[in-house]
Design a binder for this molecule. Structure first.
Ligand SMILES: Cc1cc2nc3c(=O)[nH]c(=O)nc-3n(C[C@H](O)[C@H](O)[C@H](O)COP(=O)(O)OP(=O)(O)OC[C@H]3O[C@@H](n4cnc5c(N)ncnc54)[C@H](O)[C@@H]3O)c2cc1C
Length: 387
């Protein structure tokens, strides 16, 4: 259910995404989750459909679509498998958008075009073991050498970390004699074939198990001078601005998870009988279903407002934090209700809502925790001129 009218083109893309998800993702999602298996072939198929270059202009081999069309497709993929959706979200929202906004024409030719065509998958490496919410405390360090830079350090929890072809990494370029805080961080465009690029530990996770989350280690990683993205010292600013877009993708992922939990619950409440009646005839269950639908639709409506503001060229820091916060808390709440509606079966891994519940949790954590979204929202409530 949605109160947002779609254009003919948006409906067509939504249908395409839904059909693709139903035929090529849903039948495998349970096994991929159990085996923590990331199917790279599905990523290639998403690329063939154009889903890895949705917001990249046609000039750079993308589809040049608006944000809402992209988020509508992403929601459909997330309803089938949140692990595939996060790969699509990170790729579309972070590395490709950073290359588009701040990359040189040579970097766009070399990386952005194949990424838009889905021939290269992107990753975004900001977090470190001791720098999560406080990402500007990161310590990975680049030193200049004769031909470029030498990087050392370890990035934590990189989505697509062991499978990405291009990694946008935030690394310090200030020196120990002249520390510049957030303005001492630069963005680099890295590829796994560079000497000194190593993939570290792959995490074993509660949910999103089919999405690989790994360390990336820079061990005297030599990169040429043209691996720097944009201006030296601006990498943290680029990352923060990109996360405003990234959070819209995570909100769509969360709404996809919540919608799937609602759909399963509606079906189950119709089929399951107790005391001689279908569950849906009990007022307690009806009220749960009504509240679940209300929160899903409200989250989607807020996300649509945020996407529209972005496409009008407005600053969306407040919109995207609100949309991500509401959608991720909706996903957690709705999947919790879904398990309750399924009763004991909801707790069993043969039933789909258990995976949705595990997958929902991370949406409250990555790309800024719910606490950090509230910090951002509270800050944005005061005009910049207020003390
Ligand atoms: C599955 C997964 C995939 C990820 N993918 C990526 C990726 O691709 N690239 C990447 O760079 N990172 C990635 N991350 C990292 C993610 O962005 C961080 O986990 C997240 O930003 C939180 O940082 P932290 O885990 O260090 O928690 P911490 O920052 O240590 O926070 C711990 C708790 O303290 C709270 N807290 C911290 N500071 C404040 C404050 N100022 N006010 C109130 N509360 C506060 C937090 O909200 C949280 O509840 C991923 C994480 C996961 C789990």
């Amino acid at each position: 259910m949605s109160f947002i009218p779609l254009t003919e083109e948006q409906s067509e893309i939504q249908r395409l995404a839904r059909d693709f998800a139903l035929t090529e993702i849903t039948p495998h999602a349970v096994a991929w989750d159990r085996e923590a298996y990331f199917d790279r072939a599905i990523i290639a198929r998403l690329g063939e459909l154009g889903f890895l270059g949705m917001m990249i202009p046609e000039q750079y081999d993308g589809l040049g679509l608006d944000t809402w069309t992209y988020l509508t497709a992403l929601e459909e993929i997330a309803a089938a498998d949140a692990s595939i959706a996060v790969a699509m979200s990170v790729h579309n929202s972070l590395p490709t958008q950073m290359l588009l906004r701040w990359g040189s024409e040579a970097q766009k030719d070399r990386y952005l075009r194949p990424m838009a065509r889905g021939e290269m998958l992107g990753a975004f490496a900001l977090s470190e073991a001791d720098a999560g919410s406080d990402a500007s405390a990161l310590t990975a360090q680049a030193h200049r050498d004769a031909d470029g830079w030498v990087l050392n350090g370890t990035k934590a929890w990189v989505t697509n970390g062991n499978t990405a072809d291009v990694v946008l990494a935030m690394v310090r370029t200030d020196t120990s004699e002249d520390r510049r805080g957030a303005r001492g961080i630069s963005a680099f465009v890295l590829t796994p074939d560079m000497s000194g690029f190593k993939v570290g530990k792959k995490e074993d996770k509660m949910g999103l198990r089919a999405s690989p989350t790994t360390q990336i280690i820079f061990d005297d990683l030599h990169v040429p001078a043209d691996a720097l993205l944009g201006e030296e010292g601006m990498g943290f600013v680029y990352a923060m601005q990109s996360l405003d877009n990234g959070r819209l993708g995570i909100a769509a992922q969360a709404i996809g998870i919540a919608q799937a939990a609602l759909d399963h619950s509606l079906r189950y409440a119709q089929e399951r009988k107790q005391f001689g009646k279908a569950l849906r005839e009990f007022e307690a269950i009806q009220f749960k279903l009504a509240d679940m639908a209300l929160r899903v639709v409200s989250s989607r409506t807020l996300l649509h407002a945020a996407a529209s503001a972005k496409d009008r060229g407005e600053a969306v820091t407040l919109h995207s934090s609100m949309a991500k916060l509401m959608a991720s808390e909706t996903a957690m709440w709705v999947t919790t209700q879904a398990i309750q509606i399924f009763g004991g079966y909801g707790y069993m891994s043969e039933y789909p809502v258990e995976r949705l519940f595990r997958d929902a949790k991370v949406t409250e954590i990555y790309e800024g925790t719910s606490e950090i979204q509230r910090v951002v929202i509270a800050r944005e409530l005061y005009p910049a001129s207020d003390p």
